[in-house]
Design a protein around this ligand. Sequence first.
Ligand SMILES: Cc1cc2nc3c(=O)[nH]c(=O)nc-3n(C[C@H](O)[C@H](O)[C@H](O)COP(=O)(O)O)c2cc1C
Length: 176
Amino acid sequence: MDKRKVKIGILLGTTRLGRQSEKVYKYISELLEHKFSEEVEIFLFDIRFLFSQFDKNNFSFNKEAIEKYQDFIKKIDGLILISPEYNHSFPGELKMVLDLEYQIYRNKPVIVVGVSSGPIGGARMCESLIPVLRTIGFRVYQYDILFPNINNYNFEDSREEERLLKQLKDFIHTIN
Ligand SMILES: Cc1cc2nc3c(=O)[nH]c(=O)nc-3n(C[C@H](O)[C@H](O)[C@H](O)COP(=O)(O)O)c2cc1C
């Protein structure tokens, strides 16, 4: 009998115009698709979708858009959350999205991926985001993944790719 594939969600946590984090979002999804297609099924969610459906009259997200987000979280076994560092923290719009829900996050494994144009790769953002993720119920993986110097990041570097694959593999294996 076929082993059930692990359902992995990848969430892009910024809406900023010109966001570099989108490169990481695409890179990780392609990497998982190429290297783990046997064991992983991928689901993508870009929080721009929710903001494109913002109901200005009611100062809230449109109901159907919220349901799509909830369905995304509910169906996945684990989440890869990609966020840039803005003033040592994570984007306000990501907080708005995370605050939409509590129950469906309970014990959901999550790994945080930091992105920054600086040399520390969003490590301070991780320090700020992780307590929030724990508060709303996520089970946060022990290590974070960091993408420093994103404007000059070499996505072709095979040693970096190997390191990343090892981290992702370990995260995926902790889910089962
Ligand atoms: C409002 C704002 C605040 C920022 N603060 C930081 C910071 O505290 N530390 C840092 O390393 N980079 C900081 N950056 C630069 C980001 O690391 C940079 O924009 C990077 O490309 C990742 O974010 P992006 O996906 O929005 O492009 C900041 C960028 C913005 C727009």
